[in-house]
Design a protein around this ligand. Structure first.
Ligand SMILES: *Cc1c(COP(=O)(O)O)cnc(C)c1O
Length: 364
């Protein structure tokens, strides 16, 4: 029997393209890019209405029109992702582990009672838009194109209930380094980011709004970020800002485990742990007592600490503060484990090293 037609539910809808009248790319100073403020020429927009995804569109970046009653604004059904595309020496654009971001976004969508996004819709929209905006992908060292998928509930109804209408948008912006210097963190002893049973393990927008106040208090005291601890006793280390946290204790790489679902399962974290095994460094994912880290600071057993996340990549921590006492970490050089791991990761991303783990998705 001949297969002539695809089942209708598998049909891919052609993406409508409305091209920007002119490109703004020549106005951008790629050597001084402020993080997250300059958006590429186009965005990808698609609505979920009446139980299905409507016509997807790539259109010029700009404002969206919507009702002030949309439930995302009132009841917080909003989730996002963060990923990056790189331009290698060969001039080709590569996206880092996009399928892991899609999976995580759909996990967030499930927890927040939102529509699942088909992988093909996400990838077709993203890759087609990146081919149009490839000039926006920086090739400077340490720079990349930050990709921000976001979905929010657009049902216009003042009632706490599961929305049935959603808008999925992908924005992109060229970015440089997130932290221009090593990070100073303070261990949080009072406020909490996430409790067991909550939404700490998904990228729900509300998590970030709720973290601003404690982070602001820390910043007023001169710290860059908080090191969150468990919501129950503030005894165990969790993560930092929008980064997972990894320690070099003795000759091991140690990081909080994900099993309590209070920490986001970072793709950078996973990549770093994978690469560390390649260097024959022993990796431990487990509960980490604050006390253990502080003791490590005192004895020198704590050799390095760093954050790992898409925006910040690998961000060395040079100061940990606890109960009013500042502990300084040894300074980082090219031989530090964090530097070696960052170089390995960067080389894979720009196509200088073999992509052994099939992490890079080539565009075009
Ligand atoms: C996004 C995020 C991370 C890092 O995840 P990546 O996939 O590495 O970008 C870590 N913690 C939180 C809270 C986050 O939102």
């Amino acid at each position: 029997m001949e297969m002539t037609e695809r089942a209708p539910e598998l049909r891919r809808m052609e993406i409508e393209v409305i091209k920007a009248a002119f490109s703004r790319v020549d106005d951008v100073d790629f050597d001084n890019i402020p993080f997250g403020k300059i958006f590429s020429d186009h965005m990808f927009v698609v609505d979920f209405l009446e139980n299905e995804w409507m016509q997807p569109t790539i259109m010029p970046y700009g404002n969206l029109e919507m009702s002030p009653a949309i439930s995302a604004l009132h009841y917080g059904q909003a989730i996002f992702e963060g990923m990056k595309a790189y331009k290698g020496a060969d001039g080709r654009v590569r996206i880092f582990r996009p399928f892991d971001n899609i999976k995580r976004m759909n996990k967030s969508a499930e927890r927040m009672c939102m529509a699942q996004i088909p992988e093909s819709l996400f990838m077709d929209g993203l890759t087609q838009m990146l081919s149009m905006d490839s000039e926006w992908v920086p090739s400077q060292q340490g720079c990349s194109l930050y990709i921000r998928p976001v979905m929010f509930a657009t049902t216009a109804e003042i009632k706490v209930k599961t929305a049935d209408q959603f808008k999925f948008v992908i924005l992109t912006c060229p970015v440089g380094p997130y932290y221009p210097h090593p990070v100073k963190v303070v261990i949080e002893e009072h406020y909490s980011r996430a409790a067991e049973g909550g939404v700490g393990s998904v990228k729900a927008a509300g998590n970030y709004g709720a973290a601003l106040y404690p982070a602001k208090l820390a910043q007023e005291k001169g710290f860059d970020q908080l090191l969150w601890t468990d919501a129950k006793d503030h005894k165990y280390i969790e993560e930092s800002g929008t980064m997972n946290v990894i320690f070099v204790l003795g000759n091991k790489l140690v990081t909080p485990s994900l099993e309590k679902n209070t920490i986001l399962s970072g793709i950078t974290r996973d990549s770093v742990l994978t690469l560390a095994k390649e260097l024959d460094i022993e990796v431990e994912e487990r509960k980490i007592l604050v006390e253990e880290i502080i003791d490590g600071c005192k004895t020198g057993e704590l050799k390095e600490a760093f954050g790992a996340g898409t925006a910040a990549t690998i961000a060395p921590i040079d100061l940990i503060s606890y109960e009013g006492i500042d502990f300084y970490l040894p300074s980082v050089d090219a031989n530090s484990i964090s530097s070696v791991l960052l170089k390995m990761l960067t080389d894979i991303r720009v196509g200088k090293s073999a992509d052994t783990y099939d992490w890079m998705h080539l565009v075009g």
